[in-house]
Design a protein around this ligand. Structure first.
Ligand code: ADP
Ligand code: MG
Length: 309
């Protein structure tokens, strides 16, 4: 029997409120298994509970109840092995400002009990492109460099599972490409990758499987391919002849004016015909210069699953 990389059963987390604040139920009974070898995406809007889930996996946040096993090790009965199996790149920049990149990697290796002879700080610094900055104080590193160092720190103990919490939020294109390349390479070498993102494009591009989390619950979990095929949603893009004054309206049609002046119309193939959509466009007094349709993308799936709550 092949084991999962991660197995989560009935996971709850309630944060105690700060003084005068109510408590917050951040996770409401998560069941989730993540297969070994995959690139798995955890998607969800801000406040959905993604970081809470990841920080519980990382041992940084205590769960309220439920079972978590990491690489087959129960987190409660085998805390050391389960912790050794996972490396986490956190969402927040939390580096000690007085350590250099090399120093930070060495300290991290020490924390995980990696013997000196097995440390590979130079290799990691090269991989994340920080060999030139090896001896600089962390506080002198740019935000992007700090992110790269956090990735390096997550790798010092050669974990079987690498978890990245919003790795590319707010980073420039170059760093994003670098992270994606590294993630792919590590996955090809056999590492299981779990990443959270609210960039749907990133999940579509990187992940084999996806779970969407909303308000502390998993609302869907499927292969990226199935998820994309799941909705019969279509988008029609109408380029009008003149500036649009009234947006088309109709049952089952959502319309939106794009900044370039085009009108986006979302509808379900099963419920609304293209003709009905076009009729609504005409009724709004819009003359069509050009029109095309697009298949559902992850964004449509995501909106349809998270907007009703
Ligand atoms: P996400 O990473 O998906 O944006 P989080 O896991 O950070 O979501 O947060 C989930 C919910 O828990 C949010 O409502 C957030 O405000 C709350 N929360 C997160 N951390 C704490 C904390 N330390 N104390 C109290 N509430 C928290
Ligand atoms: Mg988060």
């Amino acid at each position: 029997m092949t084991q999962d990389a991660i197995r989560i059963e009935g996971l709850f987390k309630t944060y105690k409120g700060a003084k005068g604040q109510p408590e917050k139920q951040a996770l409401k009974g998560i069941d989730l298994s993540i297969p070994r070898g995959s690139v798995f995406g955890l998607l969800g809007p801000n406040g959905a509970g993604k970081s809470t889930l990841i920080n519980i996996l990382a041992g940084l946040v205590l769960k309220t109840s439920g079972k978590v096993s990491i690489w087959g090790f129960d987190q409660d009965t085998n805390p050391r092995q389960s912790r050794a199996s996972i490396g986490v790149m956190p969402q927040e920049l939390n580096l000690d400002p007085f350590f250099s990149p090399r120093g930070a990697l060495e300290v991290q290796a020490g924390l995980y009990g990696v013997p000196k002879s097995e440390r590979r700080s130079d290799e990691i610094l090269r991989m994340v492109g920080l060999e030139d900055k090896a001896e600089a104080y962390a506080r002198t590193l740019s935000g992007g460099m700090q992110r790269r160092l956090l990735l390096g720190k997550a790798l010092v103990h050669r974990p079987n599972i690498l978890v990245l919490d919003e790795p590319t939020a707010g980073v420039d294109i170059e760093l994003r490409q670098m992270l994606w390349t590294n993630i792919r390479k590590l996955n090809e070498q056999g590492m299981t990758i779990i990443l959270t993102t609210h960039y749907l494009e990133e999940a579509e591009e990187m992940c084999d499987e996806i779970a969407i989390i909303n308000s502390g619950e998993v609302v869907v979990r499927d292969s990226t391919k199935n998820l994309l095929g799941r909705l019969d949603a279509k988008t029609m893009v109408v380029h009008p002849d003149a500036a649009v004054e009234t947006l088309p309206q109709g049952d089952g049609i959502e319309s939106e004016l794009r900044s370039d002046g085009a009108v986006l119309l979302r509808y379900r193939v099963g419920a609304t015909s293209a003709e009905q959509v076009l009729a609504a466009v005409h009724e709004a007094g819009i003359t069509i210069r050009d029109v095309k349709t697009e298949e559902a993308d992850l964004e449509d799936v995501f909106l349809s699953l998270t907007s009703s709550q």
